[in-house]
Ligand binder design. Structure first.
Ligand code: DGJ
Length: 746
């Protein structure tokens, strides 16, 4: 059993295969956080917690007359409430009907059970079977008010991951209001840490930012109704000196797609506290007696072998426990998306011609992006009118879908379900369905308003309409976009005292619509998108097995975006397309093989007008798609290694298949220089005793003579040699050249 209670010392120990997490119930009934780290012997680790009252600390009443070293302000805790002596950022803030803000949470009971808890309407990690997964529910209670907090822990033994969630219950006699309700608190009494976050922007999502934590609070978050492009709801806490292959690191990520706040606080005694949860700024949730509120799930993992090991733990967990349904283990279709090829300007005939070309070079799915519905010639109108524009198409959606399917291709459609244009029939019929504060003009984002998905009538309408179009089109794929964020927070359907619930209800509504569509069409592949990767989170990934990583399709910019994303998200969830050059976002011209090599590190596709390709290019694309099919399993199910970051002259990454029989090393040069040095990399994760052949996939004729034998399968090298002594990356003949080198066990 992975969760053990020791009644002698009142510890609860959670063990995964390689990590241990321990909680200690202390003499006042406070759940102390005793330990999280490498797997330990079965011992009471709470000796590590040093009770250190500061001269200025306050003490709980029971301790106050004699035990001045006992202070909640300095003790590591599992879940702290504001108003009982902890002056740090606390996890819970609850106000009673008198206006008093106070919660002193103490142990009441616990329950250990096989399998994974569920969270009702909220998405959460899943367990196909009960084996290897355990749940702890630790109930803490504020004895005076009767408010309780059920702390949920999901222990995934093999994956070395622990999930967290919290359910607050008002067990008192009057109403209480939650003003903050974090999902995860992680306290460290010792250690100097650096915080890695993933700041970004439109077309530049998830860069890596690493900074030393010093006294004070470092926080990132979102108040925009979506997890957002500016920060990702995930972070890594790394011990100083931690690199790819050594050092301690803790990863956390939120299974939620709305407002979030991630805080890292270093206290006066250099202890560090991490908090992750719904952003409290615009959140208020009132609970009548007997009512509960469930805070979304957060995921955490620990590695004592550097960032790479942490990434591997997250990757596997996301692949197996977050992504679910029909597409979880299936190869995703290679798609052609119409957006950058046509934008809003197309007819049904043009689309059919594009699809025919795509089919000829080996694509499997044709995706019709924005512009097929209502009055939608540009981005100023039409959103919400999810009725095919047959005049523009020159045919019905059923005919278009049939035409595409007759070529042997799947058909996919773009939607932006949470948006509505002012210039739309939907808005004219239901102005109150758009989010805005009464008496004010709503703010616009890309000329759009937000549809109030907190309302059940809106959700129901959307489900019915989308289902009808998907059925008519025979669509096998939906791209679910969201191009603006929320700001004028107000729902016409909520009373004044419940407006603070709006944003969370909005996200629950989005999840409900997604869930309903997948129930109606279990084989539907939904790709998440939000102006690219502005809603790239584990919440969406519970519904959408892949997310469009960024609107920036430039291969060189993508190196940075995919590198940062890869820290906690696997390649199998990153949508990545080859687009035309000069690139539409950067104007950069990058060789076709480089664009393909970079896109092959994700869910591969093309996003261009194939009628503008030369015959030679189409031939090369046919070969690229063939290679992708061959290597898919290695990239998707294998392990991913970052060998050289995009900050270097050559970015290098490696994927190794689960059975170690195949690997793909991809190297992409930035700007090349005259008489450039040759880069050596040490490969990782290979079978040390196996001999491997090395073959470049494209451009072998450009290899310098001395590199030909090695990189065209002419000799073998042992895995241990490639890992210890390494190999050099063949020089580049031009800027931004890529090499894909395939390794096969001989
Ligand atoms: C933003 C998306 O990220 C693009 O890929 C495209 O779908 C456009 N929206 C369509 O409006």
């Amino acid at each position: 059993m992975s969760i053990r209670y020791n009644p002698d010392c009142r510890t609860i120990t959670l063990n995964t295969a390689r990590t241990t997490y321990q909680v200690k119930i202390d003499r006042l009934g406070v759940a102390r956080h005793a330990y999280y780290g490498a797997r330990t012997a079965d011992e009471d680790l709470s000796y590590l917690v040093y009770e250190k009252g500061d001269g200025m600390s306050v003490n709980p009443y029971e301790a106050g007359y004699g035990d001045r070293s006992y202070s909640l302000d300095t003790l590591p805790q599992e879940y702290s409430g504001f108003g009982s002596g902890d002056y740090r950022e606390t996890a819970l803030s609850v106000r009673d009907a008198r206006g008093a803000e106070c919660a002193f949470l103490r142990f009441e009971s616990f329950q250990i059970r096989r399998g994974k808890y569920g969270l009702g309407p909220l998405p959460s990690a899943c367990a196909d079977a009960e084996a290897g997964v355990w749940t702890l529910v630790l109930r803490l209670c504020d004895r005076e008010s009767g408010v309780s907090a059920d702390l949920y822990y999901g222990v995934f033994e093999e994956e070395d991951v622990i999930t967290r969630a919290v359910r607050i219950r008002n067990g008192g006699t009057g109403p209480v209001t939650l003003e903050k309700c974090a999902s995860l608190q992680l306290d460290f009494q010792y250690g100097a840490y650096e915080l890695v976050t993933f700041p970004g922007k439109w077309a530049g999502e998830r860069r890596v930012n690493r900074e030393k934590l010093t006294r004070g609070v470092k926080s990132v978050g979102s108040r925009s109704g979506a997890s957002g492009a500016f920060y990702n709801p995930s972070a890594i806490l790394a011990a100083a000196g931690t690199g790819e292959t050594r050092g301690e690191a803790y990863g956390i990520a939120f299974v939620y797609s709305g407002d979030f706040l991630l805080q890292a606080e270093v206290s006066e005694f250099d202890s560090t506290r991490l908090l992750l949860g719904i952003h409290p700024d615009h959140f208020r949730w009132t609970l009548a007696p007997g009512e509960t509120f469930t805070a979304p799930e957060a995921v955490m993992a620990y590695s004592d072998a550097g960032l790479e090991c942490l990434s591997h733990r997250f990757h596997r967990f996301v692949q197996d426990r977050i992504v679910r349904g029909y597409w979880r283990d299936r190869r995703r279709p290679v798609l052609l998306n119409s957006w950058e090829g046509t934008y809003f300007t197309f007819t049904g005939e043009k689309l059919l011609r594009m699809a025919r070309e795509a089919q000829a070079f080996g694509a499997e799915l044709f995706v019709l992006d924005d512009g097929w519905f209502g009055k939608r010639e540009d981005d100023r109108s039409g959103l919400g009118d999810w009725f095919p524009n047959e005049r523009k198409l020159g045919m019905s959606m059923a005919e278009l879908g049939e035409g595409i399917r007759a070529m042997g291709l799947g058909f996919g459609l773009w939607f932006e379900p949470e948006a509505v244009s002012e210039d739309s029939d939907l808005f004219r019929a239901h102005p109150d369905w758009a989010v805005s504060v009464p008496g004010r003009k709503p703010s616009l984002g890309r000329y759009e308003l937000v549809l109030d998905l907190s309302r059940k009538d809106v959700q129901d309408w959307l489900i019915t309409r989308m289902e009808a179009v998907i059925r008519e089109a025979g669509a096998a794929y939906v791209k679910w976009d969201f191009n603006r964020n929320l700001t004028d927070l107000y729902s016409a359907a909520l009373p004044a005292e419940r407006q603070g619930e709006f944003q969370h209800r909005f996200i629950l509504g989005t999840y409900r619509v997604l869930g309903a569509l997948l129930e109606a069409f279990p084989g539907l592949l939904v790709e998440g998108c939000s102006s690219g990767g502005a809603r790239f989170d584990l919440g969406m990934l519970c519904f959408t097995p892949q997310i469009w990583t960024s609107d920036n399709t430039d291969a060189i910019d993508r190196l940075f975006i995919q590198y940062g994303t890869s820290m906690l998200y696997p390649p199998s969830v990153m949508g990545a397309h080859v687009s035309a050059v000069p690139n539409h976002q950067t104007g950069r011209v990058t060789p076709l093989e480089t664009r393909a090599a970079v896109a092959m590190a994700g869910c591969f596709g093309y996003e261009l007008d194939p009628e503008r390709l030369t015959e030679a290019e189409k031939e090369r694309i046919r070969a690229q798609i063939g290679r992708y099919r061959d290597l898919w399993d290695t990239v998707f199910r294998g392990k991913y290694y970052r060998l050289a970051s995009p900050e270097e002259d050559v970015t290098v990454w490696e994927s190794v298949s689960e059975d170690l029989g195949q690997a793909l090393v991809t190297a992409v040069y930035g700007t090349v220089h005259g008489n450039m040095y040759v880069k050596r990399v040490r490969l990782r994760g290979l079978d040390p005793d196996a001999a491997y052949t090395l073959r470049v996939l494209e451009g072998a004729e450009r290899l310098p003579a001395q590199a030909r034998t090695l990189f065209t399968g002419g000799r073998t090298l042992l895995g241990q040699t490639l890992m210890n002594q390494g190999m050099y990356i063949p020089p580049a003949a031009c800027d931004r050249q890529a090499w894909q080198i395939r390794l096969d066990r001989a």
